[in-house]
Design a protein around this ligand. Structure first.
Ligand code: ATP
Length: 335
């Protein structure tokens, strides 16, 4: 059971004052883009069983992968569920292979609904940059929910899956939802945003990642130092109008991310990356979420390809990839 799930970029990320519980009220305009992870859930518990299954099938006709690309450790749950995980793709080494993996957390949360001991091996194929501000871990959690729901024939309705998703993290519901949506509260209360047409993007991937918690902490610190009152966040009318009209120039001008000054303070090469994109003709440039991935809006697919080439040539990123949005949320890949 394979589920494909998109990355997100925040077209607007407005951060309100820090609440007593440490969270911030947000207005978060999420946009799903065609940079996908894949999560495959199979009913195999351990690498040893995996190997046995491979041997059982190995009459010379095995076509699939038989060796997990990374070691899989089992996570047992009180309900008797057993979940293992392996990860491949770049840079898979930074992704936890135990109960800390967000896809495992999702499967464990879902297993509690099964009412019987269930098991799954989750094979994650990563293309979404790790700790890149594109919600890759949250995407894998959403994909694992859909894949295990199907594998275990639970058939929870969308509302129930969205509730479990919201408990897992504020970016997880959107990975199920997809498209373009405005999230409020911690980002988990979602409403669809009307969009005309599609938009073309370039993402400049950075060396290493940024911790989301550290970026929020730095945002608080910068605001305290500035001593200015923090406005209550609200959805930006110009952004909504640009999306509804499919006006790419107006969208480029309306992109906003309140976390950007903090991400730039923690990772100063990003200022050069953003400047290189703007100098190469991007219609809009911003740090994606908590960074360090930078997002550039292009006029067309061809313009995006040219921008990606220019960013690579400028040596301001590890890699530059093109994508389009909006795209649907997590979907089962037909067998
Ligand atoms: P956020 O959604 O908090 O903005 P992000 O998009 O910047 O996060 P992620 O790729 O989700 O970054 O990774 C954040 C951290 O989560 C990583 O440092 C990693 O250790 C951990 N993590 C747990 N599970 C996963 C997963 N399946 N894929 C990627 N990272 C994961």
């Amino acid at each position: 059971m394979t589920v494909r799930v998109p990355a997100k970029v925040n077209l607007q990320l407005s951060v309100g004052p820090r609440r007593d519980d440490g969270y911030h009220d947000l207005v978060n305009v999420f946009h799903a883009v065609s940079l996908f992870d894949e999560v495959t859930a199979t009913d195999v518990t351990t690498p040893a069983e995996d190997a046995m299954a491979a041997v059982a099938a190995d009459d010379g006709t095995v076509t699939g992968e038989t060796t997990p690309p990374s070691a899989a450790t089992g996570t047992a749950t009180p309900s008797g569920a057993m979940i293992t995980v392996s990860v491949e793709g770049d840079p898979a080494g930074q992704v936890p292979l135990d109960g800390e993996n967000l896809a495992v957390k999702a499967a464990v949360a879902l297993a509690a609904r099964a009412g019987r001991p269930v098991r799954a091996h989750l094979a994650i194929r990563k293309a979404i940059p790790v700790a890149g501000g594109m919600a890759g871990g949250s995407a894998d959690a959403a994909a694992a929910l859909i894949a295990c729901d199907e594998l275990w024939a639970l058939r929870l309705d969308r509302r129930e899956l969205m509730d479990i998703a919201a408990d897992l993290g504020s970016d997880v519901p959107f990975a199920l939802f997809g498209g373009t949506a405005v999230g409020t509260g911690r980002g988990e209360k979602l409403a669809p945003v009307p969009v005309t047409g599609e938009f073309h993007w370039v993402f400049a991937l950075a060396e290493g990642g940024l911790s989301t918690a550290k970026v929020y902490g730095e945002c608080d610190r910068l605001r305290e130092a500035a001593g200015e009152p923090v406005a209550w966040p609200r959805a930006d009318d110009a952004l909504m109008a640009a999306l509804a009209a499919g006006d790419v120039k107006a969208l480029g001008a309306a992109l906003v991310n309140d976390l950007q000054p903090a991400a730039l303070a923690l990772c100063d090469p990003l200022a050069r990356t953003l400047a290189a994109g703007r100098d190469s003709g991007a219609l809009g440039a911003l740090v994606s979420g908590s960074g360090p991935t930078c997002a550039f809006l292009a006029e067309s697919e061809a313009h995006a390809a040219g921008l990606a080439t220019a960013l690579r040539a400028a040596g301001v990123c590890r890699e530059a990839v093109t994508a389009r949005g909006p795209v649907p949320g997590a979907v089962i890949v037909p067998a």
